[in-house]
Design a protein around this ligand. Structure first.
Ligand code: PLP
Length: 469
């Protein structure tokens, strides 16, 4: 019998089923043991071990290699004392959804099928949660970096009309304003869009670490006087360095008065809307943004990757990206039907079924439980801040307002201390520089973290600082 049409499926489904079940059990064991599995360095010969070149192996053998040679060397953000950068910890229910999504293997670029309805449901839910007007819609993205490109592209179409066809060659110079310490994804978006990172204007902070409105007004007026066109203001909801939120209502007033697009970078900070007060009020005013970028893979804990871009004007959003050559023309009936094709709202044509892991998380866990975990993280960051203040060898750099805590050390270098704690498996901090001072930095977006973890991590930091004397 010819192998045609049967070459790539398992030869023996019963054997495959048994091996797959075993692999699934190993994955569940790993998730259950997350507390005991911190980051560990990869072996020196890892590159050799994973080099491709042994094709045609039995899938069972390959599963064994995955489990032994790859799975142990993850980023470590599933561990409760991982506080570095802004890494979500992952949700077991969403891992199950990922398996289903891969099984369905849907392409969410377009066409009329059930997965599209799930993404629509997720976007509708997110729009409602954000408080954006009924005219809003959006799209799931790989993360906030991609969402920022989509949002600023829509801002550009609103301001300059059909740049899609004519490009940027004839456009005047333009600027995007963001507070000092705002995320580099904005500069990157402008580089990709062809304006260059010089199009970013950094605005000074006020005494609460937020974008200073007077400085913003001065910069915009200064640029306008020089014939430079202000395109957008980026308000940050949860700054990557400090966790501080810009005054979004005041920024919305300013943008309305000056006919500027207000984009909100709420990569992780968006999710404080689910927290108890006072944190639940941090993002007040976000509903007045023209666009919002956020991530499900950060504070919501959905496994990587998944972000979202919401745009208040759905028609503008569609006009910015829709393109239907003859091979993508929609039809009245059949699979080529359906009025919602997500390829009309973003950069990608082929898109995976990210929505299912989000939908499953929200439906299975509920926003109350997720909000409680987010509230816990804010309390834990406050506790970390208190411990830093009480310590004789640490100093809090600025008050903790959300889930982020940065502190200096009075002996040794933060990067050295962070590396030692990462290597010991005790905790993962990252580092940054605030007001010229090198700091240890913790962004707590981890639903597994407890107050005990904070005490353990801070005791380990103090010990290492004292050992550095
Ligand atoms: C405030 C902020 N904006 C943007 C980003 C970039 O998001 P992503 O990594 O999903 O592209 C981050 C990442 O940490 C962030 O903290």
């Amino acid at each position: 019998m010819s192998d045609e049409g049967r070459r790539l499926d398992p030869e023996d489904w019963n054997t495959f089923r048994r091996d797959f079940h075993e692999l699934l059990d190993t994955c569940i064991d790993r998730m259950q043991a997350a507390r005991d599995l911190p980051w560990q360095p990869k072996p020196a010969d890892m590159a050799d071990k994973v080099a491709i070149g042994q094709s045609g192996n039995d899938s069972k053998d390959v599963f064994v290699r995955v489990v032994n040679d790859i799975m142990p060397y993850a980023t470590g953000n599933t561990h409760p004392r991982f506080f570095g950068w802004v890494h979500g910890a992952g949700l077991p229910v969403s891992v199950a959804a990922e398996m289903v999504a891969a099984t369905m293997n849907s392409n969410l670029g377009g066409r009329d099928h059930g997965a599209v309805e799930v993404e629509r449901a997720v976007i509708n839910w997110l729009c409602k949660l954000s408080g954006l007007p009924e005219t809003a819609f959006g799209i799931l993205t790989s993360g906030t970096s991609q969402a920022t490109i989509i949002a600023l592209s829509a801002a550009r179409v609103r301001l300059f009309g059909d740049v899609r066809k004519t490009g940027i060659g004839n456009l005047p110079a333009m600027r995007v304003y963001i507070a000092e310490g705002g995320h580099s994804c904005v500069a990157k978006a402008l580089e990709v869009m062809g304006h260059g990172s010089d199009a970013v204007v950094t605005i000074a902070l006020n005494d609460q670490g937020q974008m200073d409105l007077n400085s913003l007004a001065d910069s915009v007026a200064h640029d306008q006087a020089r014939g430079i066109v202000p395109l957008a203001v980026v308000g940050t909801a949860g700054s990557v360095n400090t966790g501080i939120y810009d005054p979004l209502n005041a920024l919305a007033d300013f943008c309305t008065d000056n006919n500027l697009w207000l984009h909100c970078d709420a990569a992780f900070g968006f999710w404080s809307v689910l927290a108890d007060k006072p944190w639940g009020d941090l993002a007040n005013g976000i509903h007045r943004a023209d666009s919002i970028a956020t991530d499900f893979h950060k504070w919501l804990g959905v496994p990587y990757d998944c972000g979202a871009c919401l745009i208040a004007d759905r028609d503008l959003h569609r006009d910015t990206f829709a393109s239907r050559p003859e091979y993508l023309v929609g039809q009245a009936d059949g699979l080529a039907g359906g009025e919602l094709w997500f390829c009309d709202y973003g950069i990608e044509l082929s898109r995976g079924f990210k929505a299912l892991k989000v939908w499953t998380a929200i439906e299975a866990l509920g926003t109350d439980a997720i909000g409680a975990a987010i509230t816990d993280n804010c309390k834990q960051a406050a506790l970390m801040g208190q411990l830093a203040e009480q310590s004789s060898v640490l100093a809090l750099v600025q008050p903790v307002v959300s889930n982020l805590c940065c502190f200096t050390i009075n002996h040794g270098l933060p990067a050295d201390i962070a590396a030692r704690l990462q290597l010991s498996g005790e905790a993962v901090f990252s580092t940054t520089t605030l007001a010229g001072r090198p700091c240890m930095r913790a962004a707590i977006v981890n639903h597994r973290t407890t107050s005990d973890d904070i005490h353990i991590a801070m005791a380990a930091v103090e010990r290492e600082v004292l050992n550095s004397r």
